[in-house]
Design a protein around this ligand. Structure first.
Ligand SMILES: [Zn+2]
Length: 186
């Protein structure tokens, strides 16, 4: 397995639409495994293919620190209920956070790592994470949900960070792997 470079805000790949996966091949299983390794190294709880420069409709999620890794191939939300507001961050917009309102409960439909279809109801952080990652697969970012003023503040904060990522690339260093993060990035 290998740790992949994470693309940050400004890389056009983050705004592209992904392509549905026709068949989960060994190459795509390797991509999924590398995405899990990258997400865990970056202390994230979700990661979508465009964040590592790929346009397959694939994401990985793990909101329980390695206990419940979920691979999502061609994921979609098939039911939604209620609304909930909570703070989100993103591995592709480091150090920037904002409150996002989303449906509180969802039912996810996707294929797993073996190409087998499954459905999974989710609430709270897992529901939020599914929705955040599926947004990534359609070129959408959490900052798109913020009010004009809050988005402006978030982008101002980001403009101070972005020079740390030449070429819009965030390379996860050994130092970063060792560092403890309090905030969750998706
Ligand atoms: Zn994200």
């Amino acid at each position: 397995m290998s740790i992949l470079d994470i693309r940050v805000l400004g890389d056009p790949v983050l705004r592209q639409e992904t392509k549905p996966v026709a068949a989960v091949t060994d190459d795509l299983r390797k991509l999924i495994d590398d995405m899990f390794e990258t997400m865990h190294a970056a202390k994230g709880i979700g990661l979508a293919a465009p964040q590592v420069g790929r346009l397959e409709r694939i994401a990985v999620v793990d909101v329980e620190g390695g206990k419940q890794p979920i691979a999502l191939v061609n994921p979609e939300i098939v039911a939604r209920e209620g609304t909930a507001k909570a703070e989100e961050g993103c591995l592709s917009i480091p150090e920037v956070f904002g409150d996002v309102e989303r449906p509180a409960t969802v039912v996810l439909r996707a294929l797993d790592r073996d190409g087998k279809p499954f459905e999974m109801p989710a609430t709270e952080l897992l529901a939020r994470c599914f929705q955040h990652e599926i947004d990534h697969l359609h070129g959408k970012l959490f900052i798109d949900y913020l009010s004009v003023l809050k988005r402006r503040a978030a982008l101002a904060k980001w403009s101070k960070q972005k020079d740390r990522y030449p070429g819009f690339i965030r390379r996860i260093t050994a130092e970063e792997v060792a560092q403890h993060h309090h905030d969750e990035e998706l």
